[in-house]
Design a protein around this ligand. Structure first.
Ligand code: ZN
Ligand code: ZN
Ligand code: ZN
Length: 455
């Protein structure tokens, strides 16, 4: 599953008896579902929204905390705090209090005893875990939910007819895992329906990240999935616990379509569209994809007396894409020092052709920074971060969570290393973006302001 999902529909005219919103409370005000020319259904503004204004929020229809964050966050509400109390049965799920634990039981019971039975061998993917919860939710709550005011889960696009053999095989593996790990509390629909559901989850699921963009879990936000994609989005999706919030990052006028971005916007047009086609089955036609305005800066070549030939540049781009993929796989099994070596070697090699602001260089520096943070090499992480931040600010849109989280990491590193002036400046940069993207009263913003006061 990839972050954020899609409400895009190539077969959007499927009639549905449940497309009204009866019984699910008032619709988000000033917004409507509509048919977007060439894009299927989408979300449109009926009034003006100012930069930083909340368009709507959407509670998770289903969500799951990632295994690595167990003990750091409440399984139910995703609150991050010390001293959570653990489930007495499996000793693997952690909660704020008895209320959170009680409320989570209908979902946690799908896994609690199974985790004890399977022990070390319990390893369903996060997609499988989330899908099990969707099936449980559909059973306990068959009527339309608060999360489905504009788009219901059953109306999700599946792009079933566009899945190749490889994707089909992955789905069959997920279905096997679902049967294997969740047999006790589950009544399974027939295989064909499960294939559709997994396909729907794959292109409509969201990943929830924290303020530094660390992965916290996966979730389904049906109304948020209605929004189509643009590489120059006019809204950003953030999370308050397990509730998704959608805020304007550009002025939105009445009649404008509301666009979010499904992908990381760092990369050049061709790479973005490879990704969009592979995960969401469409090619983007936004202003940025047509003008390719930022591509030249994103692929900046090093200034040399003898500029490299077109062929050398082409080969280096090919090398860069391969090493990015190689690193992505290596992360799962290589040691930090081995990973750092991949970064340094590739940066050395690419640096003979690419400028330091080139996005492939930035990608490997970002990975290297991640490894340094993991090994608590704060100076190393800071060195990479300092190189990344300026080109990042140029390549990404004005309000970007990637830029905000980089300022935040830098600020926390500076303060940890007793550089108060630089730390304060960096945290203020992060806050300036997050007050727009997350809202002024978001717990993350309040927390960062406290960090500023403490120094
Ligand atoms: Zn909680
Ligand atoms: Zn348990
Ligand atoms: Zn685009």
């Amino acid at each position: 599953m990839t972050s954020p999902g899609t409400g895009r529909a190539t077969r959007a005219t499927r009639a549905s008896s449940s497309s009204s919103s009866e019984g699910a409370g008032p619709l988000p005000e000033g917004l409507e579902r509509f048919q977007s020319p060439g894009k299927g259904r989408g979300l449109r503004a009926l009034r003006r929204f100012a930069v930083g204004e909340l368009l709507f929020s959407c509670p998770a229809y289903a969500c799951v905390l990632t295994v690595n964050e167990r003990g750091n966050h409440c399984e139910r509400c995703f609150a991050r705090k010390e001293g959570l109390s653990r489930c007495g049965r499996c000793k693997q799920a952690f909660y704020c209090n008895v209320e959170c634990q009680k409320e989570d039981w209908p979902m946690h019971k799908l896994e609690c005893s199974a985790m004890c039975v399977f022990g070390q061998n319990w390893n369903p993917s996060e997609t499988v875990r989330l899908t099990a919860r969707i099936l449980a939710k559909q059973k306990t709550h068959p009527e339309r939910t608060e999360s489905e005011k504009l788009l219901s889960v059953e109306d999700f696009e599946s792009h079933l007819d566009q899945l190749d053999n490889e994707k089909m095989e992955l789905i069959q593996n997920d279905i096997s895992a679902l049967h294997h790990f969740y047999s006790k509390h589950m009544e399974y629909p027939e295989n064909a329906a499960l294939v559709v559901l997994f396909a729907q989850v794959n292109c409509n699921g969201f990943t929830i990240e924290d303020e530094e963009l660390s992965h916290l879990g996966s979730a389904i936000f049906p109304d948020v999935a209605l929004m189509n994609h643009s590489c120059c989005p006019n809204v950003i999706v953030t999370y308050k616990g397990t509730v998704a919030e959608v805020r304007a990052v550009q002025e939105i006028e009445p009649g404008d379509e509301v666009f979010t971005s499904y992908i990381d916007l760092l990369y050049p047009t061709e790479d973005r569209n490879d990704r969009l086609r592979d995960s969401y089955f469409f090619t983007c036609g936004c202003r940025e994809c047509i003008t390719k305005e930022k591509d030249k800066d994103k692929l900046e070549i090093r200034k040399l007396n003898e500029p490299p030939s077109a062929e050398v540049i082409r080969d280096m781009i090919k090398y860069a894409r391969n090493v990015i993929e190689e690193f992505r796989r290596a992360k799962h099994y290589k040691s930090p020092s081995e990973l750092l070596e991949i970064c340094e070697l590739s940066l050395d090699k690419m640096g003979s052709v690419f400028a330091e602001s080139n996005v492939y260089m930035l990608h490997m520096m970002y990975q290297a920074m991640g490894v340094c943070l993991y090994t608590q090499d704060w100076e190393g992480a800071l060195r990479y971060g300092q190189k990344i931040i300026k080109p990042y600010s140029k390549h990404y849109p004005l309000f970007s969570l990637n830029v905000a989280s980089m300022w935040l990491k830098l600020g926390r590193l500076y303060l940890g290393l007793e550089n108060k002036a630089a730390g304060t400046k960096a945290l203020k940069k992060a806050i300036a973006i997050m007050e727009i993207a997350h809202g002024k009263d978001h717990p993350y913003v309040i927390e960062i302001k406290k960090e500023l006061e403490a120094h």
